[in-house]
Design a protein around this ligand. Structure first.
Ligand SMILES: [Zn+2]
Length: 54
């Protein structure tokens, strides 16, 4: 399983990979001024720490 699936050119929204859950998420209006600093897909992920590697 992989999330690295190329999507058709439907939207030109930039995307990032969430630092917590590792899933891609798309640009949102509320992030327009802080997009460069956004690292998490949601507030929940923002509050969670990435799964520790053993
Ligand atoms: Zn996330």
């Amino acid at each position: 399983m992989t999330d690295r699936i190329k999507r058709p050119k439907k939207e030109n929204l930039p995307t990032k990979i969430c630092a917590t859950c590792g899933r891609p998420f798309a640009w949102r209006k509320k992030w327009e001024k802080v997009w460069t600093e956004v690292r998490y897909c949601s507030d929940r992920c923002r509050g969670n720490k990435p799964a520790a590697t053993t």
